[in-house]
Design a protein around this ligand. Structure first.
Ligand SMILES: [Fe+2]
Ligand SMILES: [Fe+2]
Length: 460
């Protein structure tokens, strides 16, 4: 087990004090990061004591320590999962060769791009969520929001460590640029679409952490397979933090659905909005939006980039070891593609289909969460069900980009789609209604054995 140096200005388990040059570079970036956090992090809560967990070791049992912390004092640091001895590349043309401890020259640009793209999502989500503290349903939710925020900040540190330690001056410039782009800013937007979309309310937030953070999980899982070993070790530790973010989303929507079900059960004809419930059709529209935006993050269905990432051993499949064959040559993946105004099945060479392979694993995981929500409807004797829309609905990237598919995956006329948009996506009216809801919707299990009502954030 590698030991974590907590006494250092930058907590770490990578022996930073033995690499003075790297340490200096990161210590120069640190105040810029803090300035970004104060400018763009959670607004108006920076001086509050928040009951947060902080990483103090990377082993499964004891990595988290809970205490009251003011967010700017959070111990953001660099934590890599322990190395796997004699690890070899698990897929692609380099299958079975030793992994790279240092970035290989021929893959330098590609890896930098992958790391920057992942890194950019981390501060973006903090920016998207910065106003939510004011409308938190409870202190429990407020604390969870801030926990997610500080950990996304740490994920930025994780990627910046790779940029600084492996990519020299280019890496340092990229690390600065990560603090300069701004979510939703047309002049200097974040790199990926979903990370420029507004997160205005807690339904957005729960859907975001359910669906968009879950994209993060799958991207991290694919990068955890990487032959570039520092990237693999970094992402493996990030995954332990990511699990909590998805829990926040899945259980957050679950509490909303449960409340709606109760209100519907009390009187099926009664409008649940009269008692502050969110109608199921409205929940469905938010689900549709965030699911579609998140699907785009996986990239095009047929992708030569994805094929070369796989061939070169840079980005693997979800649970690569569970596949029988690791070169993915002479194999095909069946998917639907649009053709002459219809949709047909096609076999695509497996390497070129890697984005779709990862997306399908993600969709299956999302479905499990939706099934769980639906259990509450079933138990309450309600026949309506929530569901994932078609993968073709409201896409902006890939084969179906900007084509007018409805939530069932049927291709409509553009004018027809435009007229019916409000059936599938949140309307102004929906947003105005959700904005009026600021009360706790349901008790949840507390944090670290404390009750739901615990003082997770000290407001004065
Ligand atoms: Fe993250
Ligand atoms: Fe996350």
């Amino acid at each position: 087990m590698s030991t974590v140096d907590l006494s250092s200005k930058i907590p770490n388990n990578v022996n930073l004090d033995q690499d003075k040059k790297l340490l200096r570079a990161l210590e120069q970036w640190q105040p810029d990061y803090l300035k970004w956090w104060l400018d763009m992090g959670p607004k108006d809560f920076q001086q509050r004591d928040v009951y947060l967990r902080t990483a103090i070791s990377v082993d499964a049992e004891g990595w988290a320590n809970f205490d009251y912390v003011k967010m700017p004092d959070y111990r953001w640091g660099i934590f890599l999962a322990d190395p796997v001895p004699d690890r070899t590349i698990g897929f692609g043309d380099n299958y079975g060769k030793p992994t790279w401890p240092v970035v290989p020259g021929e893959h330098r640009n590609t890896l930098r791009r992958l790391i920057v793209t992942q890194g950019d999502t981390e501060p973006a989500s903090v920016e998207q969520q910065r106003m939510l503290g004011h409308t938190a349903p409870s202190l429990y939710d407020l604390r969870n929001l801030f926990q997610v925020n500080v950990e996304e900040g740490r994920h930025l540190w994780a990627m910046v460590y790779l940029l600084h330690s492996q990519f020299g001056r280019d890496g340092r410039e990229e690390a600065e640029a990560l603090l300069e782009r701004r979510s939703g800013d047309p002049d200097k937007p974040r790199i990926l679409g979903a990370f420029n979309a507004p997160v205005d309310n807690w339904l957005d937030f729960f859907m975001f952490t359910m669906f968009t953070d879950r994209d993060g999980k799958y991207q991290l899982l694919a990068l955890a397979e990487s032959g570039f070993d520092p990237l693999s070790r970094t992402t493996r530790f990030m995954l332990t933090e990511e699990a909590h973010h998805m829990f926040v989303g899945e259980s957050g929507v679950e509490r909303i659905v449960q409340r709606t079900a109760e209100l519907m059960q009390q009187d099926e004809n009664e409008d649940v909005t009269r008692q502050g419930g969110i109608p199921l059709d409205m929940v469905q529209r938010y689900l549709n939006l965030w699911f579609a935006l998140s699907l785009d993050l996986f990239g095009g269905e047929i992708s030569s980039n994805a094929a070369s990432f796989f061939a070169d051993g840079l980005k693997g499949r979800y649970k690569e070891e569970s596949h029988e064959e690791h070169r993915a040559l002479d194999q095909h993946y069946r998917m639907t593609v649009p053709k002459d105004g219809a949709v047909v099945e096609e076999d695509v060479p497996l390497r070129n289909a890697m984005n779709e392979v990862l997306r399908d694993a993600y969709v299956e995981d999302c479905q499990r969460g939706v099934d769980r929500w639906n259990k509450h409807l079933e138990r309450a004797g309600i026949t309506v069900r929530l569901r994932l829309p078609s993968k073709r609905f409201y896409r902006h990237i890939g084969l179906y980009a900007d084509m007018p598919f409805d939530a069932d995956g049927r291709l409509l006329e553009r004018s027809d789609w435009d007229g019916r948009r409000g059936e599938w996506l949140p309307t102004e009216k929906d947003r105005a209604y959700v904005a009026t809801l600021q009360k706790a919707v349901r008790d949840a299990r507390g944090i670290k054995g404390h009750p739901f009502e615990y003082e997770y954030v000290r407001l004065d």
